[in-house]
Write a protein that binds this ligand. Structure first.
Ligand code: FA5
Ligand code: MG
Length: 419
């Protein structure tokens, strides 16, 4: 098991092949709570629902796709961003969105970090399964560590495999001025790749969902039917780009991003006469929709009432267990005044602080009010923090202790002024 040790002098990665030390610098923003998750490798634990989802996808795509599930989560910004064509000022690169070990080393924010590397090694059709890390919102579908499967498929130009597209939710391929085809490809090639991509992904989602329904003894009715839709997306490394959403708990939930691979990616692997597709899917979200799992924190729970319901390689019947009561607290503060050349206050900084204090007892943090003082022009935010345990009742007293810590640390760490 890999562990990361936080020491005053630097960040030390211990164990296995990843053993290495990294000096701290002004980019270091990785926290103890996140370090503690590194090496958990839920996608490699045979009875874990994340591993079961990954295995279902691997089996669905078959042996044509090489399978990579042990690539190090520690990557360079060059791999995570530059190789994919992220602009120099893309917000994803900022300290408020990504976890850096130091300025040259970071936790991958997506499995796409391995696209160019694997293409350069000669892989043409592959799947990557991995843990990925992001500073992000706090709610039931966002968590700072989650798992993605990346899929890539490359064809020779003029030789894209035809698919049966008669049952697609998406209708015919669509590109637009905002989501254009690449000029370097013929329309025939680009359209064929779009068809192939959408058919492959819809087919995968439908077949895994059908297996989940069957295992759970759910008859296919209009209500239990999987509803999905395609919407336009944007990624620097695909065009056109799309996202697939599925209907979950009364709302559309995004489960994957995908598109026709940008030629600049293929060219880095000398694939001048090729065309292809890529996708990246969130395994937690897919599992949530398929097994009706109400909260993303459950994937990290050790509760046998959760984990005991899954067994190796199988789609199982999942009995959602009832939720314990929640406890909500508000915190309001004045934001620091903007200083030149500094990133200033970002809501992700508060989210991180609340996670650090409350761990998995925090379910949701939402901005409920913001205004600018008419005279001083200072901005005020109010956040509602929902605390709830996954496996027991919490008391108001214990939550007050946590909330007091949040209130105490916010001015110190975020430079805000409590109201
Ligand atoms: C990406 O990460 C792209 N790399 C996907 C891609 C790959 C596009 C290849 C094109 C070609 P995005 O940031 O939208 O895209 O994340 C993809 C999926 O990860 C989301 O649809 C969602 O299912 C999941 N996801 C994103 N953030 C979180 C989070 N904080 N917690 C849980 N799941 C998340
Ligand atoms: Mg997205």
């Amino acid at each position: 098991r890999l562990s990361l040790v936080r020491a005053a002098a630097g960040i030390r990665l211990t164990a296995g092949l990843l053993g290495a030390s990294y000096p701290r610098d002004d980019h270091t923003n990785i926290t103890g709570a996140v370090l503690a998750k590194v090496g958990s490798d839920l996608h490699q634990q045979p009875n874990h629902p994340i591993c079961i989802m990954a295995t279902l996808m691997r089996d669905h795509f078959g042996p044509l796709y090489t399978y990579h599930d042990a690539l190090s989560p520690v990557v360079s910004p060059a791999a995570n961003f530059d190789s994919l064509g992220f602009e120099k000022d893309h917000p994803g690169r900022s300290l408020s969105d990504s976890y850096y070990i130091n300025k040259d080393t970071m936790m991958r924010t997506h499995t796409s970090a391995h696209q160019v590397e694997l293409l350069q090694k000669g892989h043409r059709n592959f799947l990557v399964v991995a843990d990925v890390y992001r500073r992000d919102e706090i709610d039931s579908t966002h968590y700072p560590v989650f798992h993605q499967v990346e899929g890539v498929r490359v064809f020779d130009r003029g030789n894209v495999e035809a698919v049966d597209s008669s049952n697609l939710a998406s209708g015919p391929p669509n590109a637009s001025a905002d989501n254009p085809r690449q000029a370097c490809y013929t329309t025939v090639d680009s359209e064929a790749v779009e068809w192939h991509l959408k058919a492959s992904l819809e087919g995968m989602v439908r077949s895994i969902f059908a297996a989940a329904q069957q295992a759970q003894g759910i008859a296919t009715t209009q209500e239990s039917e999987l509803k999905m839709r395609w919407v336009d997306g944007y990624f620097p490394f695909t065009s056109p780009s799309y996202e697939l959403e599925v209907w979950y708990e009364g709302k559309w939930m995004e489960v994957l991003g995908c598109g026709v691979i940008q030629q600049h990616i293929l060219e880095q692997a000398n694939l001048h006469n090729s065309v292809g597709w890529a996708f990246g899917i969130g395994l937690e979200r897919l599992a949530m929709a398929f097994f009706r799992i109400p909260d993303i924190r459950l994937f990290w729970s050790q509760d046998p009432r959760f984990l005991g319901q899954f067994s190796a390689g199988k789609v199982t019947h999942f009995e959602p267990f009832s939720r314990y009561p929640s406890c909500t607290k508000d915190v309001s503060f004045w934001l620091p005044e903007a200083k030149d050349g500094e990133e200033g206050f970002h809501p992700n900084d508060l989210f991180e602080l609340v996670r650090d204090v409350a761990g998995d007892l925090v379910e949701d943090v939402k901005l409920t009010d913001s205004f600018v003082h008419p005279k001083t022009k200072r901005e005020s935010h109010c956040y509602r923090i929902t605390y709830r345990s996954m496996d027991r009742n919490v008391t108001n007293e214990e939550i007050n202790v946590l909330q007091d810590q949040v209130r105490q640390l916010a001015p110190e760490r975020l430079d805000v002024q409590l109201r």
